[in-house]
Design a protein around this ligand. Structure first.
Ligand code: PEP
Ligand code: MG
Length: 579
């Protein structure tokens, strides 16, 4: 049994066999074999070595010709390993000794060597060569380059170097019960998607792929960020019972709070909305007590396929979400493509994609895409209470340009006699520090704000939301972030527009009263699962106390100080939830 600690990315506990997906997407799972199959598996290993050697020789030649002989030497090193008969013997012995398939033997033996090399800094390169060799051998043995994750036929937890948000979004939740990755940060889009899909996940584990073989039993505790490899019986029992406590606690909270309004004991009402990436999530949000959708991340329509969606595809998706809502509000955010949410081509070459042509900048540079999307939103909006929100606004001019495009779209629809909702609320996300600082100017031109703390934190603190190495510096309660939130709320109040918050901070229970104390009266959260608990907190803490606590946090000089204040306040006000 081994215990690894990473970043808790999506709550819940999963206990299943692992399905290891290496960075090239090669799949293998534990296959115990009978003693009669041993000679055949040994033969497969010999053949795989021979084929790998042939490939490596070819590659060495090509690299020497086309790149440089110096670079080709790397592959000569691989060839030398493949020609080493003692090395080959180790794999065959593993098959014989443990009665395991060739694939599993490759994984085990290479893992052992990789660990030895990883312990010695000067041999780190050799460790990475081992990865390369493993991928090659497994690809040859499995006979395919990529196995489709959609074709899983038993329940697993995925172990991978990294999973992109679109890869995560396409996981089959009937089969994938959790995942654990080497890379990733707490506010990465992968984590957000995992939460939306209710898949327990731990990210930023550094080298879980090196420590786990396909078929190992794994406990993934996405609430605490712990992964346990091959747990002993006692640990398994403990986690099974935690799992059922977790599930029954959820059920009883749901029954108690789902239909109650979020009102503080001193009578302040707060709107609790849900965040979605796909229309099919709307019923789940409502079932957990959401009063509307505060953020529909429409860019996931683009991630699902190679081509941009057509106007009809946009329209169908929006109409579906709107219909599920039966008149409750939905804030449809125009596409927020770019950075880690883009699978296309031209943006890949940007050196700093988070500071590049992403989101509204990309839309303004490609107005046809925005036009198509706006037409569809305006047409669908006739069927319910839909609002439009522009993301990543950093100047007033950007907002005006987007609105100008929208005005043209409305004019076109009118001319063409196509039914639509011209009178629609328009808002902006406040997720860039310049927008928070200029909130007064922006407030004059929109109907609402929604604070995107995920980006606001990363841009304010210069901490990449996806980078595990700086994840400890990603502090939602940094006084600088709190002051920007407060500036935004004050500007909205002064200009009498609504202000919500839709970043992941809103779904993190420890920040609930802080966020309310700062003046927010609308919070859109993910996962929907936490809504009953959020309502419980709001219904037990007077707003007056939350305000005084937020004032203290705003006056703090350091994130450690605010963290301490938060811990003490929560423990004092809600001892049963925060101990
Ligand atoms: C945010 O930045 O807080 C936000 C909600 O947008 P996204 O996470 O999609 O970037
Ligand atoms: Mg954002």
């Amino acid at each position: 049994m081994e215990i690894r600690r990473g970043i808790a990315a999506s709550p819940g506990i999963a206990i299943r066999e692992s399905f290891v997906l290496d960075s090239e997407g090669v799949r293998f799972s534990r296959i115990a074999i009978s003693p009669e199959e041993v000679p055949q598996e040994k033969e497969r290993i010999e053949q795989a070595f021979a084929k790998a050697l042939f490939e490596v020789d070819e590659l060495t030649q090509q690299v020497a010709d086309r790149i440089a002989p110096r670079v080709a030497e790397i592959f000569s090193g691989h060839a030398a390993m493949l020609q080493d008969s003692n090395f080959l013997e180790e794999f065959k012995e593993a098959v014989q000794e443990y009665n395991i398939s060739a694939e599993v033997a490759v994984s085990r033996v290479i893992r052992r060597w990789r660990r030895i090399f990883q312990e010695n800094d000067s041999l780190a390169m050799v460790a990475s060569d081992m990865n390369d060799l493993e991928r090659r051998l497994l690809r040859i043995l499995t006979g395919r380059r990529r196995e489709d994750l959609k074709n899983l036929n038993h329940e697993v937890v995925i172990v991978a170097r990294d999973l992109g948000p679109s890869q995560t979004a396409s996981l089959d939740t009937n089969m994938v019960k959790g995942f654990a990755t080497d890379l990733g940060g707490p506010a990465s889009h992968t984590a957000i998607v995992a939460r939306a899909m209710n898949i327990p996940a731990v990210v930023g584990l550094e080298n879980i792929t090196a420590d786990v073989s396909g078929g190992d039993v794994l406990i993934v505790d996405g609430s605490t960020g712990v992964v346990i490899i091959n747990p002993d019986e006692e640990t398994l029992e403990e986690y099974r019972s935690r799992q059922s406590v977790y599930e029954s606690r959820d059920r009883s909270l749901l029954e108690q709070y789902r239909d109650k309004p979020a009102v503080t004991p001193d009578g302040v009402k707060v709107d609790i909305f849900g965040n979605i990436e796909f229309p099919k999530e709307v019923p789940g949000c409502l079932a957990h007590g959401a009063e509307g959708i505060g953020l529909y991340r429409t860019e996931f329509l683009y991630l699902a396929k190679e081509q941009s969606p057509t106007e009809q595809e946009h329209f169908d998706a929006y109409l579906k979400a709107i219909k599920f809502l039966h008149g409750k509000p939905i804030i449809i955010r125009t596409m927020d493509l770019g950075a880690d949410k883009f699978v296309g081509h031209d943006l890949d070459s940007e050196r700093n994609p988070f500071l590049g042509c992403r989101s509204i900048r990309y839309c303004l540079a490609n107005p046809e895409l925005l036009r198509t999307q706006l037409r569809a939103i305006l047409r669908a909006a006739q069927f319910g209470d839909a609002r439009i929100m522009f993301p990543m606004i950093s100047t007033v001019q950007e907002l005006r340009s987007a609105r100008a495009i929208m005005a043209e779209v409305i004019e076109d629809l009118e001319k063409q006699g196509i039914p639509h909702q011209a009178d629609i609320e328009v808002g902006v996300m406040i997720e860039v520090p310049s927008a928070a600082i200029m909130a007064e100017e922006l407030a004059r031109e929109v109907s609402f704000f929604s604070i995107g703390t995920n980006d606001l934190i990363q841009y304010t603190l210069a901490v990449d939301r996806n980078n595990r190495r700086v994840a400890h510096m990603y502090s939602p309660a940094h006084p600088a972030v709190l002051r920007l939130i407060k500036m935004t709320v004050d500007a909205a109040e002064k200009h009498k527009i609504r202000c919500g918050l839709c970043g992941e901070m809103g779904g993190d229970l420890k920040f609930t009263m802080l966020v309310l104390g700062l003046g927010l009266r609308q919070v859109s959260v993910s996962p929907a699962l936490v809504i009953p608990e959020i309502k419980k907190i709001i219904r037990s803490v007077p707003m007056e106390k939350a305000r005084a606590f937020a004032d203290q946090a705003l006056a703090a000089s350091d994130p450690a100080e605010t963290d301490d204040l938060i811990r003490r306040f929560n423990r004092e006000m809600m001892p049963d939830m925060f101990n």
